[in-house]
Ligand binder design. Structure first.
Ligand code: ZN
Length: 312
């Protein structure tokens, strides 16, 4: 099959205070704000996209910051950890940097032979850094606040917490073309057919006695997987529907096109196209500098700007 899911496209999570969220991901983690727009389904809320220089698929973490959101509970049926790749000698640098910024770190040992540093963002979102030879410095944003040799190089992986793992495993392996590449305790590791490379990995963590997650600030809303173009996306849609999943129609998200479905364990999955990317309504040098709106919301710009909380 030449058509492949090549890895994580983006991960979208819920935050509370937009200013605090913006500060943490740009000033502390050193990611680039590549797009500042609104939640198209709730235009009184921001939608921030953080990523590398051009926001390439596999680097993008996005947030809906709802100022009054109550904190959720991380648990089964969710992406329970979002993991970035950093260069192999970088964990000491990051431990100091995160501790100095109040993001209490803890050493999470090794996973499949690679050291893991775990921490939380200001809303309690579970993040990890993995020091790995898979980290590709050309995938980092070098215009940020982090020394170039330590900068985050996009996603390494994501961990899905599940009450049971078989149905989810069958979906990713039999329908989405992932391959199992390892098992460690109750953690089952899969890589996209194009992998393993940073961002191609998903771990299914089988936790039958774990509590179910509850959506709120500090939890992941959905994870999106990469597809090459609109034609392949429609073919994936057919495959997923044939496998009995309820898949949405294609939605125009301006910077990619999306379909959504819930995997059997409850995690909301999306398949998103690589094109067109973020340089469609701003030039590459000026990504994220202004509030961008889709054409259908542009007539309401004044009202939207009035409602959105100030960021400066
Ligand atoms: Zn999405």
């Amino acid at each position: 099959m030449s058509r492949v899911i090549s890895g994580i496209h983006h991960i979208t999570a819920i935050a509370s205070d937009p200013r605090r969220n913006l500060h943490f991901y740009t000033d502390v983690l050193g990611l680039r704000l590549v797009k500042r727009t609104v939640n198209f389904d709730d235009p009184g809320t921001y939608h921030f996209y953080f990523g590398n220089a051009d926001g390439s698929p596999g680097s993008i973490l996005t947030f809906f910051p709802w100022p009054h959101a109550t904190r959720g509970t991380v648990g089964n049926g969710q992406v329970a950890a979002t993991t970035f790749a950093v260069p192999a000698e970088s964990l000491d640098y990051w431990r100091s940097r995160l501790d100095a910024n109040g993001a209490a770190t803890h050493d999470a040992g090794t996973r499949f032979g690679e050291a893991v540093l775990a921490f939380e963002d200001p809303d309690g979102m579970r993040l990890e850094l993995i020091a790995t030879p898979l980290a590709d410095p050309s995938r980092a944003w070098h215009g940020g606040t982090v020394a170039a040799e330590h900068a985050i190089c996009g996603f390494h992986s994501a961990t899905l917490a599940e009450e049971g793992y078989e149905k989810t495993a069958r979906l990713v392996a039999d329908v989405m073309g992932f391959q199992q590449i390892g098992t460690e305790g109750n953690r089952f590791r899969y890589a996209a057919a194009a992998g393993p490379h940073a961002g191609s990995i998903v771990d299914i963590l089988c936790a039958p006695d774990g509590q179910r997650g509850r959506q709120g600030a500090g939890t992941v809303h959905h994870i999106a997987w990469r597809t090459a173009d609109d034609g392949e996306q429609l073919a994936w849609r057919e495959d997923l529907a044939a496998a009995g999943l309820n898949v949405t129609p294609v939605m125009d998200r301006m910077y990619f096109h999306s379909i959504y479905f819930r995997e059997p364990g409850g995690v909301l999955f999306e398949i998103a196209t690589d094109p067109p990317g973020f340089a469609t309504d701003e030039t590459p040098d000026h990504l994220g500098e202004r509030l961008t709106l889709p054409s259908w919301l542009e007539p309401h710009r004044a009202r939207i700007e009035f409602i959105l909380p100030p960021l400066e």
